[in-house]
Design a protein. Structure first.
Length: 96
């Protein structure tokens, strides 16, 4: 699995961790346009719950995909039978 996911289109780019999340901190991650950070926090959730990433990758310079399932909750030790999730995104400098 990739360390960071980066998508880019012109002077717009998005940098996240392998789960597609952006957390505030020392790392230069987030959504940037014209060298200015526009978004510094982003979490991919499903029904308000974090996901367990199976794999993720940058597809090409302008898109990335995250393949995940729901995390098991503390009270329920199994995942729902149909819990596969695919999240994909694409940067577009003309459509922020």
């Amino acid at each position: 699995m990739a360390g960071n996911l980066t998508v880019l289109d012109g002077n717009t780019f998005f940098v996240s961790d392998a789960a597609g999340d952006v957390e505030p901190g020392e790392d230069a991650n987030g959504f940037f346009h014209a060298d200015m950070r526009q978004l510094s926090t982003w979490r991919l959730l499903l029904n308000g719950r974090p996901m367990h990433v199976l794999t993720s990758r940058t597809v090409d310079y302008y898109s990335a995909s995250v393949f995940a399932t729901l995390q098991m909750s503390a009270s329920v030790r199994t995942r729902p039978s149909r819990s596969a999730v695919t999240a994909s995104w694409r940067a577009a400098s003309t459509r922020i």
